[in-house]
Design a protein around this ligand. Structure first.
Ligand code: ASP
Length: 438
């Protein structure tokens, strides 16, 4: 039998109605053996996620405010779910314990993690699954980094003993026994870690959208969903700001060759997006898989006569950036010019020092920093096979009356990055979208 690990996001577990939908999904397929829940999310637009309420509660304690009434609101989020599901289950002991621990300096991460912990207990009871506390199976090292070897060993060993289990997302345990969380949205990571440990056939990540769209629906007219995308393509797109999945959640499953399927709890019949490692098995008819863009970049332009004959020039320039703690994004170069694209925010407070160091140390003829650059990534494994893709992109942008300030094509022919002025961002994005998708 196949084994699937299913992770449900906060909006999928926000209230009793969603719990029912989630249970239906899990029960519809016996392969869905291991479940990773988030904390209850927003029930409507102006609602607050339980995780945010817990962070707030922690701050109240630090400010010596009385939390009784506010903690009651948190407790009610859980109690209402239990009540409306008609469960014969009393959570008051757990809730009192958590409150007490929070009041006794158990830390910010402990407070936040209880959102998943309590939700996991309810979900396990509701499904009739075992509850495996992440505290006992997910480990961090002393320096706070995730300890994958130890986790994988202990978690695999533990889950072998359960036919079905709920493992709460988002947190684990430090060597000294305190609770630590991953970064926000980290239940995605737990799901991937569990999938790797049980050598799952599939990691299903259930959320409130039917997978990835080809582009940002706020800027583009009805972007179609992406059926399949490779891990590599996804990296390129999410780096550029497209988000559905936590970035770090990709690594454990990618490493193990487990595909991820993004699904919609509110539309379970939709196939969603499959994220796979190899493009060959999943051919695509489209030339591009998706496009995304990001504002807030600057270019450092350096000119020096006979730069190309000077060995070590590039290294010395990059060393200056390194000394200033600035990492670069792209490095398009000409014969006697070098352009370095960096995030504008990374230059804050260091601009003058960098300009002066470059002028002095490599004796550049001219150095300038230009701000206001926006990068657009056109990503697609289909580009290797399709001729003239770059020409089509440039034509489309030219016809939209937009000036291209930078071009960078990765050697894998998986993406083409175009830099345009920030004010031209939407125009350029729409032009490319219309050329390839409409
Ligand atoms: N509940 C946590 C958060 O809101 C983790 C998660 O939902 O993945 O960030």
């Amino acid at each position: 039998m196949q084994t699937k690990v299913v992770k449900f996001g906060g909006s999928s577990l926000a209230d009793a109605q969603h719990f029912r939908q989630v249970a239906d999904i899990i029960k519809a397929d016996p392969a869905r053996r291991f479940v990773v829940p988030s904390a209850p999310g927003k029930r409507h637009k102006n609602d607050t996620k339980v995780t945010d309420m817990l962070y707030h509660c922690y701050e109240m304690i630090r400010n010596h405010e009385n939390i009784d009434a506010f903690y009651e609101e948190i407790a009610e989020r859980y109690n209402s779910i239990i009540r409306e599901l008609g469960m014969n289950f009393d959570m008051s002991g757990e809730l009192a314990y958590v409150k007490n621990a929070m009041l006794h300096a158990s830390g910010r991460d402990y407070a936040a993690s209880r959102g998943e912990y309590l939700n996991g207990i309810i979900l396990a009871k509701y499904l009739g699954f075992d509850f495996v506390d992440a505290e006992n199976v997910i480990f961090f090292r002393d320096n706070g980094s995730f300890d994958e070897e130890r986790t994988n060993e202990v978690l695999a060993d533990e889950l072998r003993r359960h036919k079905n289990a709920v493992i709460p997302g988002f947190y684990g345990c430090m060597p000294n026994g305190t609770i630590k969380t991953f970064s926000r949205g980290g239940s995605d990571i737990t799901g991937a870690i569990v999938a790797r440990a049980v050598e799952a056939d599939l990691y299903e990540n259930w959320t409130d959208v039917s997978g990835f769209m080809m582009g940002d629906p706020r800027l583009l007219d009805n972007p179609p969903p992406i059926d399949t995308i490779t891990y590599q393509e996804l990296r390129e797109l999410s780096y550029m700001g497209a988000t559905v999945l936590h970035d770090e959640s990709i690594f454990p499953v990618r490493y193990a060759g487990i595909p991820i399927n993004i699904r919609n709890t509110n539309a379970p019949a939709d196939k969603g997006t499959m994220i796979v490692s190899s493009a060959e098995t999943y051919d695509t008819k489209r030339v591009i898989t998706g496009l995304a863009g990001k504002k807030g970049f600057s270019v450092i332009n350096i000119e020096k006569d006979r730069m190309n004959a000077e060995i070590g020039f590039g290294r010395r320039v990059l060393e200056i950036l390194e000394d200033n703690g600035v990492s670069f994004e792209h490095l398009p170069s000409g014969i006697d010019t070098m352009s370095i694209v960096v995030a504008t925010s990374a230059l804050e407070g260091r601009r003058e020092r960098i300009l002066q160091s470059i002028t002095r140390q490599v004796k550049a003829d001219h150095v300038e920093i230009l701000d206001g650059l926006c990068l657009i990534a056109v990503v697609g494994r289909g580009m290797v096979k399709a001729r003239g893709t770059a020409a089509r992109i440039f034509d489309a942008i030219y016809n939209a009356g937009v000036n291209i300030r930078m071009i960078d094509q990765g050697s894998s022919e998986l993406n083409i990055i175009i830099g345009v002025n920030e004010e031209d961002y939407e125009k350029a994005l729409v032009a490319i979208f219309n050329e390839f998708v409409k």
